[in-house]
Design a protein. Structure first.
Length: 327
């Protein structure tokens, strides 16, 4: 989570066409597939406009990546200006400076430049920095060390220790989390968004050939593709991802009608928020609210999103999230 799942875009494909489809696929951050970002205007701010001595931020992203969407939701809610650099999903020249070849990447300068990787690490580290100024941002990031692990398929991947924790002292912790259960709940649902909710996106937005084509049409319009790249990605990618979505459905043991899994998950979230809270965070969103919203909004403008709104109870919470982030 916080990265494009699977291998990096374009890696392992022997043909140019294969690289293009893979590049488009990983631009959307799906588990060997694609996920869509919100159909909305991004707030793009120049880091140069920030006051001297403040936190200067540059986000390297695929606009159509749910993990990047999570980070944008967090930054926008907290009113943090940031510059966006859209990455071409095939060549990825924009992040050639980095040995970490996935997005999002956040470059943060709070006196000295620092690179933050993984969406959940980015969010936890910046939130910690905003609350506690005892430690430098560099020291805070050191609390989230990358650990190399090997998947069941024998592939080496990076995981990050403590990524759902805020590194606060006892006094700060009590201020943010008045009781232990509040912190446990937030961490649980942040992890749920990364480990389960995001896996429901690709099978739903590519459920039918028509939906797959509509999804790729949006990807190409909103992403950073050349003219020929875009045409190839739209038509070949749509066909390829329609079939890939079927494999994803089997891998994650989803029902024949994947909408049912989406509806169930979303209603589970709404039930967890409950009827007596505006947000899981109470009167204001917490990091779990921002994570779930960031993932769900990537379907905006597509059939799956409209169906979700019509067949679940999420709309009131979702609209409150839109309003509070815009404010």
């Amino acid at each position: 989570p916080g990265r494009a799942f699977g291998t990096a875009a374009g890696r392992g494909g022997s043909s140019g066409g294969g690289r293009l489809v893979l590049g488009a696929a990983f631009a959307l951050g799906g588990s060997a597939g694609l996920c869509l970002a919100a159909r909305q205007r991004l707030r793009e701010h120049s880091a140069a406009e920030l006051p001297v001595g403040s936190l200067q931020l540059t986000l390297y992203q695929y606009k159509t990546c749910p993990f990047c969407s999570k980070v944008r939701a967090f930054l926008d809610y907290h009113g943090l200006p940031y510059e966006i650099v859209e990455v071409n999903p095939i060549m990825r020249k924009e992040i050639k400076f980095s040995s970490y070849r996935k997005v999002p990447i956040l470059l943060a300068d709070a006196g000295s430049p620092l690179q933050l990787n993984d969406s959940s690490v980015i969010i936890s580290a910046i939130k910690t920095y905003l609350i506690s100024r005892r430690n430098s941002l560099e020291e805070i990031v050191s609390f989230y060390p990358p650990i190399k692990t090997v998947t069941e398929q024998g592939k080496e991947v990076l995981e990050y220790e403590n990524k759902y924790w805020l590194m606060l002292d006892e006094k700060e912790t009590k201020k943010v989390y008045p009781v232990k259960e509040v912190r446990v709940e937030e961490m649980k649902w942040r992890k749920w968004a990364d480990d389960w909710l995001v896996h429901l996106i690709s099978p739903n937005v590519y459920r039918t050939p028509k939906e797959a084509l509509a999804s790729f049409d949006y990807i190409v319009r909103e992403g950073k593709f050349g003219t020929l790249e875009g045409l190839f990605a739209k038509y070949v990618g749509a066909v390829a991802m329609f079939f890939v979505s079927k494999r994803l459905k089997k891998r994650h043991r989803l029902r024949d009608d994947v909408r049912e899994d989406l509806y169930e998950a979303v209603n589970e979230w709404v039930k967890a928020v409950g009827k007596n809270r505006l947000f899981m965070g109470g009167n204001q969103p917490n990091l779990a609210d921002l994570a779930v919203y960031g993932v769900l909004r990537v379907m905006e403008g597509l059939e799956a999103f409209d169906d979700m709104m019509a067949h679940t109870n999420v709309q009131p919470w979702y609209q409150r999230m839109e309003e509070v982030i815009q404010k």
